[in-house]
Write a protein that binds this ligand. Structure first.
Ligand SMILES: Nc1ncnc2c1ncn2[C@@H]1O[C@H](COP(=O)(O)OP(=O)(O)OP(=O)(O)O)[C@@H](O)[C@H]1O
Ligand SMILES: [Mg+2]
Length: 421
């Protein structure tokens, strides 16, 4: 309900009879009313009073009602004030023109008390609703803006966390072979120096005694065998680094523009390599075993980079869940396991990828929520809650597939991806 006292009404009419009638009936209903008898007076007063409604006569000397209305609509502060024209019953053209100029309604002379009050109330109510709507719209726009900003921030965080995993993975995986290469290279160079010294003895035509003494000194037989072993180890290390680098290349493929043919198993393998360091025994917990059951799959037309990110998000979630579970039940007889299974569906239309763990599972009541933006049960700073939301978006929107969860609380969780061929 509107309050009459908070909604002043301006009457613009040069006929004292009309304005007196109007004034009387509106004041009786409690409205604050201001009466002016010309367009000039109306425009002079309106910005000061800022009425909630204007009752405007059309036939006025000098400036008629239409012109006044045009003025009101051209000024920011008065534009939204509803205008009701007052016209004689027969003047249809005037009514149309009035509406075209932005009037909200008209009333006909001779004036009918009930009708006027009803229309005034309707338009005051409408105006107040409009005002509230405008305020709410502003509030919502601000809220939406903030939401988008925090969403961008969240996505940025998620990217950083993927990047963090990646860098940690690279560092860890490359550490061992590089360590082996660099440690062995010291022995290799010592051995080579000793061998060169030994060869010099031949060059200098040393005596057999000298040569055999030196051979003994440098343990020549052992040296030759060990040098060969060392070189093999170094070569293997170098090849390992090459494989790792190839895996990272596969993992972070940036063909985001067009879909390409891709071997899903290659994607899974390169992702496993990146999270390898998190599968090892850790903090009194046993190592996480990965059981693979790869079926026969054709190459799939997809975006490899984003798809690998999905595998990573699902595998990291499984690792997190297993670590959590075994941290809580330190001596649990359950062996931490992740099963990865791939197959074609029965109709042969989709590749189906299962990623299953045997941690604590997901309670029924949050099973649909986990795909929502920013839903996480992990401590602040640990999870952004975007992993599954992004995964589902990549599978659903980019690939027209589906990502579902299947879990019995207490027994583990299984995520199932369906990718159309
Ligand atoms: N394998 C799983 N076992 C048990 N709970 C899971 C598993 N995977 C996901 N969840 C639950 O779903 C929630 C949402 O997962 P999601 O990957 O979207 O975010 P997050 O892992 O919490 O954070 P982020 O992925 O950004 O680091 C998790 O917080 C967890 O409660
Ligand atoms: Mg996650």
């Amino acid at each position: 309900m509107i309050s009459p006292t908070d909604n002043p009404i301006l009457i613009v009419d040069d006929s004292p009879t009309n304005s007196t009638v109007l004034l009387g009936m509106l004041q009786q209903s409690g409205f604050k009313v201001i009466v002016v008898n010309s367009g000039e007076a109306a425009l002079e007063k309106v910005e000061m009073i800022l009425p909630s409604l204007i009752l405007l006569d059309i036939m006025l000397p000098n400036m008629d009602g239409f012109e006044i209305c045009r003025h009101l609509k051209s000024v920011e502060v008065t534009r939204d004030i509803p205008v009701i024209f007052m016209t004689a019953l027969s003047q249809t053209e005037d009514k149309v023109k009035g509406f075209n100029l932005g009037a909200v309604d008209y009333i006909t002379k001779p004036l009918q008390k009930e009708e006027i009050l009803a229309r005034v109330n309707v338009h005051l109510n409408l105006r107040n609703l409009n005002k509230q709507l405008a305020e709410k719209t502003t509030e919502l726009t601000i809220a939406l803006d903030q939401l988008q900003k925090s969403q961008i921030q969240l996505i940025q965080n998620e990217k950083m966390s993927t990047l963090g995993q990646l860098v940690a993975g690279i560092a860890h995986e490359i550490n061992n072979p590089i360590g082996a290469i660099s440690a062995n290279s010291i022995y290799a160079s010592t051995y080579v120096n000793e061998l060169v010294d030994h060869l010099r003895l031949y060059q200098q035509k040393a005596t057999e005694d000298e040569i055999s003494n030196h051979a003994q000194e440098i343990e020549l037989d052992f040296l030759i065998e060990d040098l060969s072993n060392i070189l093999t180890t170094m070569r293997e290390g170098a090849m390992r680094v090459k494989d790792i680098s190839e895996s990272f290349r596969i993992f972070s493929r940036h063909d985001n523009e067009d879909k390409v043919l891709f071997d899903i198993h290659e994607g899974l393998e390169s992702t496993l390599l990146i999270i390898q360091h998190r599968l090892k025994a850790y903090d009194k917990q046993p190592k996480i075993e990965v059981l693979k059951d790869y079926g026969k799959l054709p190459l799939i037309t997809c975006f490899p980079g984003p798809l690998n990110q999905v595998f990573m998000n699902l595998l990291v979630n499984a690792v997190d869940a297993l670590r959590d579970y075994h941290h809580k039940y330190l001596n649990s007889p359950k062996k931490p396991q992740i099963k990865i299974k791939t197959a074609l569906n029965e109709e042969g239309t989709h590749a189906v990828i299962h990623i299953q763990d045997n941690a604590m599972g997901i309670p029924d009541e949050i099973q649909e929520k986990i795909f929502g933006y920013a839903f996480t049960t992990k401590p602040v700073g640990k999870g952004t809650g975007l992993g599954l939301a992004i995964a589902r978006q990549i599978i659903f929107e980019k690939h027209g597939g589906s990502l579902e969860v299947n879990s019995t609380a207490g027994e583990g969780a299984e995520f199932i991806i369906h990718l159309p061929l």
